[in-house]
Design a protein around this ligand. Structure first.
Ligand code: PMP
Length: 412
């Protein structure tokens, strides 16, 4: 069983005081904190290994390249992928754009095709597809959710029935914590002849992910939400598909050969993942992300998930106790530890500001998922508390006590 008090010793920031109060960090869906091991790995790279990677023949360059590629092996294995199937990116947003533009420039989305998304997507898994649909002359289909924010499977199957080319769906909602049955969704997409992209920004940090078991063609995630450095993320691209795809952002480091005649130039791409990583990558970030993954693996993802589910059940009880309006399902089998709510008579920002004065960090607003918060009947947005492995039952109890105080203030 996970011991959050032990874990917390690795996160000095969690002992910090905010407005004179002990920090309670419940904004993990936005970004997590990082353990000392990750901070030290990044520092150590810059102190003793720093050089550009790729074609260097000097010692530091070779060792930096080795560190970068070793990190790729570790992170790829964490999601059940082969190293050559993992492209390092700066975040989920960049990963999804990379997938969308690869399909576009490879001619795999074109006029008359359909792109299927859902109403529960983060803007980062919506706007790239809106843009690519427009550029390709393709149709965009938005699958609805029910009143608790669960995907409407009947609508999903209907959306797949005519000419769908790609489905882009989130694994876990960053507003309601709803977990989508992505294995089933990818199977249905494939049966309909469509590719399947899974946005794993909110799943990869909190549960065991196996991209092969899910059957995704693309899987995007952010390193900074899973104890890794800011500006790190990844995109899994299924091996044979990665070989076929044209890289949308060409440049140095992605080619094996470039030749120019007087009036034209051409390039031969390196094999994946290198053809998708033009330019100098965030090498220290990759090293730090690998360290984060090792940290999570040593704790155990099953234990991380179980711990968060236990805390989330308690958090939901606390919220019900103070009469909060909760968005999303109560049943823990349908959800993870992202919880959205509102208090009557107060805007989400007012609640978040009052919580901040008591040391509690939460998010408020539309959480980059406007179509969903509107559908859930909360156009002003919600307050969002999101948990991680270092949160404790005592923090949840304190959160409840502060909410009770805020509610009393609001009702006079
Ligand atoms: N998708 C989901 C489900 C998310 O929660 C987020 C981050 N809130 C993103 C995509 C975008 O992640 P990033 O900001 O790291 O690109």
């Amino acid at each position: 069983m996970l011991d959050p008090y032990r874990v917390r010793r690795d996160f000095p920031i969690l002992s910090k005081k905010v407005h004179g109060k002990q920090l309670v960090y419940f904004d993990n869906a936005a970004t997590s904190q990082r353990p000392l091991q990750v901070v030290e790995a990044v520092e150590s790279f810059y102190k003793s290994l720093n050089a550009n990677i790729g074609r260097s023949v000097h010692e530091l360059g070779l060792r930096a390249t080795e560190a970068y590629e070793d990190s790729r092996k570790i992170v790829a294995a964490f999601i059940g992928a082969k190293p050559e199937e993992l492209v390092f990116t700066k975040n989920t947003t960049e990963s999804i754009n990379l997938a969308a533009y690869s399909l576009l420039v490879s001619g795999l989305i074109s006029r008359g095709d359909a792109i299927v998304v859902t109403r529960m997507e983060h803007h980062s898994n919506l706007l790239p597809w809106v843009r690519v649909a427009k550029l390709a002359g393709a149709e965009l289909r938005v699958v609805d959710v029910d009143d608790e924010g669960r995907l409407r499977l009947d609508e999903y199957e209907k959306a797949l029935s005519r000419g769908a080319k790609i489905v882009a769906v989130t694994h876990v909602s960053n507003v309601t914590g709803v977990v989508n049955p992505v294995k089933e969704l990818c199977r249905l997409a494939h049966d309909a002849g469509a590719f399947c992209l899974v946005d794993g920004a909110q799943s990869t940090p909190h549960m065991r992910v196996d991209v092969k078991d899910i059957g995704a063609d693309f899987f995007a995630f952010s390193g900074h939400k899973m104890l890794g450095p800011m500006g790190t993320g990844g995109l899994y691209i299924r091996g044979d598909l990665a070989e076929r795809l044209e890289p949308p952002f060409p440049g140095g480091g992605a080619i094996s050969l470039v030749s120019c005649a007087e009036d034209s130039c051409s390039a031969e791409w390196l094999h994946p993942p290198h053809k998708f990583e033009a330019g100098t990558p965030n090498v220290a970030g990759a090293v730090g992300l690998a360290k984060a993954v090792e940290y999570l693996r040593s704790v155990g993802m099953e234990d991380v998930e179980e711990h968060e589910k236990r805390l989330t059940a308690k958090l939901l009880e606390v919220l019900e106790g103070v009469g909060a309006r909760i968005y999303g399902p109560r049943d823990m089998k349908d959800r993870l530890g992202v919880v959205s709510f509102n208090l009557d008579g107060l805007t989400p920002h007012e609640v978040a500001s009052m919580l901040d004065l008591e040391g509690i960090a939460v998010r408020s607003g539309h959480h980059c998922a406007l179509p969903l918060v509107k559908r859930l009947g909360s156009p002003m947005g919600t307050v969002r508390a999101s948990l991680y492995l270092y949160n404790t039952p005592e923090e949840v109890e304190y959160f409840g006590a502060v909410l009770e105080k805020i509610k009393k203030l609001a009702t006079g």
